[in-house]
Design a protein around this ligand. Structure first.
Ligand SMILES: Cc1ncc(COP(=O)(O)O)c(C=O)c1O
Length: 349
């Protein structure tokens, strides 16, 4: 029985078009500055998100951390939502690379309130670090793929202008946000001072992210990429996949959202499980009465893979290798498990 791998949208394999593009891509040496396929990807990416320039980086984490390093002086403060990827999953990098202080902004559902941000902005003084950057995650991974709408992004821009802060967008899944809002992605991205988006998530590439911004910012970002060991040689092999992602994979993201919504609706009917957040994009997060580890292990036995996202919290993510049959398999596995796990729960409680 085939595995239904819902652990993440990062688990996908290259499509046949990607393999073909890898084979025929013209290559150079990107560290020497003559990689034509990387140059093509960077140009297309910058244009799509409405920025002047772009740099291809090995991972979303590196793109985010380079952006923070360029925007901050040592000791500056960064504001971010309390469960943002840059704080939770980038191995403490803001403290090590940008050498910045991070402050967390609470939010119910992953979309920050302007007033909550403003309360935490600090002005540089003899005593306090200045807040240099507002980093916004759209969509928000740990909060169920939450989407920050264009109107709120505009308010963030206005706040950053008023307070002299840079606006960085961790747009790992920004195309999912644009599809969910039915807007051109530029409406979300052109408002920012820098945006990083991932090719290797819903867009299906095996590796890579693109950091975009003004020319001067990107020149400095290239320097940081090299400093961090992210200079790559015949990376056109990877950029070729990225071009396929941008040209062919954006328009199909809505299918992943429909399938995630189908999972979400079924989960709300399953005893012992309850959706933790609304599910506007491709990330399904639900709370479980029994420990998440039991759900994950039992689902694995039924060929469904997912992640424990907390002691009693499970995450499932849809992507282009999950079809309707995969969703049906996951739903029926959860229904049958809920019976067994709840029976276990009666024995123990
Ligand atoms: C919101 C968000 N930002 C950044 C990243 C980092 O991407 P990478 O795994 O390529 O470092 C991820 C990865 O899951 C993410 O979900």
């Amino acid at each position: 029985m085939p595995l239904v791998d819902l652990r993440s949208d990062t688990v996908t394999r290259p499509t046949p078009e990607m393999y073909a593009a890898m084979q025929s891509a013209p290559l150079g040496d990107d560290v020497l500055g003559d990689e034509p396929t990387v140059a093509e990807l960077e140009e297309l990416a910058a244009d799509m998100v409405g920025h002047e320039a772009a740099v291809f980086v090995p991972s979303g984490s590196m793109g985010n951390q380079i952006a923070l390093a360029v925007h901050c002086r040592r000791g500056d403060s960064i504001l971010s939502e309390e469960e943002a990827h840059i704080l939770f999953y980038e191995a403490g990098a803001p403290a090590v690379i940008a050498q910045a202080v991070t402050r967390q902004v609470p939010s119910e559902c992953g979309v920050m309130e302007v007033a909550e941000i403003e309360k935490r902005v600090m002005t540089r003084s003899l005593h306090t670090p200045g807040t240099a950057v507002l980093a916004v995650e759209n969509t928000h991974n740990r909060k169920g793929g939450a989407v920050t709408p264009v109107s709120r992004m505009k308010e963030f821009r206005e706040l950053c202008d008023r307070k002299g802060m840079r606006f960085h967008l961790d747009g790992a899944r920004i195309f999912n946000a644009a599809v969910a809002l039915n807007v051109n992605v530029r409406e979300l991205t052109a408002l920012t001072d820098s945006v990083n988006f991932c090719l290797s998530k819903g867009l299906g590439s095996p590796v890579g992210s693109v950091l975009c911004g003004p020319k001067g910012f990107i020149e400095e970002a290239r320097f940081w990429r090299k400093r961090l060991g992210g200079g790559m040689r015949q990376s056109g092999i990877l950029a070729a996949c990225g071009l396929v992602s941008l040209r062919t994979m954006v328009s199909r993201l809505g299918e992943d959202h429909v399938r995630a919504q189908k999972l979400a609706s079924a989960i709300d009917e399953i005893p012992g499980a309850k959706m933790a957040y609304a599910c506007p994009t491709n990330i399904v997060i639900f709370d479980t009465e029994r420990p998440a580890s039991e759900w994950v292990a039992a689902l694995r036995e039924k060929h469904v893979l997912c992640s424990a996202f907390g002691v009693n919290r499970v995450r499932m993510v849809t992507h282009h290798q999950i079809d309707d049959a995969g969703i049906e398999t996951a739903i029926s596995a959860m229904r049958s498990l809920s019976k067994t796990l709840n029976a276990v729960s009666c024995e123990f409680d």
